[in-house]
Design a protein around this ligand. Structure first.
Ligand code: NG1
Ligand code: ZN
Length: 528
């Protein structure tokens, strides 16, 4: 390591005095103007991680659904996964080191992690459409090159596309080609193959309105459109040509306000969806004939997908284990429907996709979604091989199901939840099952719910257990919540400190919207 060069370049990316940041659930996130030093240092860290794992590491510059003025950065591990926890700590240490300590912290990390400094390093970089992202990604590159790392800058990418690139590069192209064309080709081929097998293909199945949150999803969907040919026609709204990123639109806005995004023309019964700012989340919705807004969130997406996969497995006659992974935010009706009607085992993990992803890897087929629309399905390698084999061998009806499964495996982005890939999976399932958006929605009725944010002096005084469903500290809080929950029917409530914002989140469910609102309100008061 040329430590003198590191010191020299680091001074060009000086840390604002007194600023401390933490590598949270989604990496570092804050106002863009405070992030230059973090980007440079994450470039350095990516090189060390790449040397240690002898693999390509990804760096994504984005702040997802946060306001346009914010930005953020996260590292992507070799199999397209989130950074390993020990390295999250190194990232926090390095980002917060004072100028004179940067090289010492770098050396410490290399020693602790037994990094072979002679090893080559390769880093791939992607960024979203924020005005600050281009310059910030240059600072990442500066960090990579000063440590002698090689890099490829993909420029504008959705977050899941960067995860895909990392995964492809570390599996010798077996997962797919590590180019943007490779991504479009893999997904569109699987989509076209899959939808070809549908018996009905009415015009209404083929058009979809997409709110792109004025973000990267719009650019990438436009690029992808001609690959999909006649398979699906998407009409883009909030495509970034006029509005501001994530402002009054996008998946996060729609999910948290439970209303349509601005800038979208909706007619009753039309199928619509929203991406978030970096296109790793998706929610669906429609206006009922009576003009009411109906939200179809990540829980209902997971239900549609796992039901479809289970039906295919039954048809093929293979006894593979399938599991659904949710968080405490999953609507109680979805959990009940999956367990009691579909007889699919459901597991609950802490919030944050890395927890869901790891749990889902335990099953032959693991479907995971956060209620906010972030999720995908994972298939064990052996399962993939077996299905490919069966698709060649089985007779007629079984073979058709095996082929469908083979195609749908290719359609999922198994590196990360992906709005584009999930959208194509959903569109394919709807057309194959001949379901309208209303029929999908009618699988079960969501329990009315409310999510609130509470500002407190120090959110860390709240600690939780049981996948964040129960508060351990401060003393007395859980008892107070239990007493409030008892006052309502079909009720449930929990609190947890956010991993991405300086707030405590409160969630409540009850038999009516008024009761869910009032339970959430009462629990918020108990948090103070
Ligand atoms: P926090 O701020 O820890 O609740 C939020 C979302 C997560 C996840 C992360 C990362 C909710 C309730 N929480 O986490 O699901 O998406 O951001 O972006 O939606
Ligand atoms: Zn996102």
């Amino acid at each position: 390591m040329d430590l003198a060069a590191v010191t020299e370049h680091s001074a060009l990316h000086a840390k604002p005095a007194g600023l401390t940041l933490q590598y949270g659930t989604a990496g570092f996130r804050t106002k863009a103007e405070h992030l230059d030093h973090v980007m440079f240092r994450m470039g350095l860290l990516a090189v060390l991680r790449s040397k240690q794992t002898q693999s390509t590491i990804g760096v994504m510059v984005t702040a997802s659904h946060n306001p346009e003025e914010d930005n953020g950065v996260k590292l992507v591990d070799p199999l397209g996964e989130m950074l390993a926890p020990a390295w999250e700590e190194h990232a926090t240490c390095l980002a917060n080191a004072e100028e004179q300590d940067v090289t010492r912290v770098l050396v410490d990390i290399s020693e602790k992690e037994a990094v072979n400094l002679q090893q080559e390093a390769f880093v791939v970089i992607g960024r979203d459409t924020r005005p600050s992202s281009e310059k910030l990604s240059q600072s990442v590159i500066d960090g990579v090159t000063v440590l002698g790392g090689h890099f490829h800058d993909y420029g504008l990418l959705t977050t899941p596309q960067l995860h895909y690139m990392v995964y492809c590069r570390n599996t010798d192209g077996q997962y797919g080609k590590a180019t943007i064309e490779g991504y479009y080709q893999k997904l569109s081929t699987a989509f076209v193959q899959l939808t070809k097998q549908a018996s009905c293909s009415g015009e209404d199945y083929r058009s979809l309105k997409v709110d792109c949150a004025n973000g990267i999803g719009a650019l990438k969907l436009k690029e992808m459109q001609h690959y999909l040919a006649q398979g699906l026609s998407v009409q883009l709204f909030n495509d970034g040509t006029k509005g501001k990123l994530n402002h009054l639109c996008g998946a996060d806005f729609v999910k948290s306000h439970q209303k349509p995004p601005h800038g979208m023309e909706m007619k009753p019964d039309e199928r619509c969806c929203s991406f978030d700012g970096d296109a790793d989340r998706i929610v669906y919705y429609y206006l009922g004939a009576e003009g009411h807004f109906h939200l179809i969130d990540g829980d209902k997406i997971a239900t549609l997908i796992s039901t479809f996969l289970k039906e295919l497995l039954l048809e093929i006659g293979e006894n593979l284990n399938i599991g659904v992974v949710q968080t405490a935010y999953a609507n109680g009706s979805s959990t009940r429907y999956l367990e009691e009607v579909m007889k699919v085992p459901v597991y609950c993990t802490k919030t944050g996709v890395k927890h869901l992803h790891h749990k889902a890897q335990e099953f032959d087929i693991g479907v995971y979604f956060e209620a906010n629309g972030h999720g995908t399905a994972l298939f064990k390698k052996a399962v993939e091989m077996k299905i490919k084999q069966l698709a060649k061998e089985l007779d007629n009806k079984k073979q058709k199901a095996a082929k469908m499964l083979e195609n749908i495996i290719d359609l999922f982005n198994q590196a990360a939840g992906d709005a584009i890939s999930d959208m194509l999976v959903i569109e394919a399932i709807l057309v194959l099952k001949g379901l309208t958006v209303q029929q999908w929605d009618a699988l079960y009725t969501d329990l009315p719910n409310r999510q609130l944010k509470v500002k407190v002096a120090d959110r860390r005084v709240i600690s939780t257990t049981d996948a964040e469903r129960r508060a351990v500290t401060p003393p007395g809080l859980q008892e107070a919540i239990d007493a409030l929950v008892k006052k309502y029917k079909l009720s449930r409530a929990f609190v947890r400190p956010s991993g991405t914002e300086d707030v405590v989140r409160v969630y409540a469910e009850a038999d009516s919207q008024a009761n869910a609102d009032s339970l959430a309100q009462e629990v918020s008061l108990a948090v103070f």
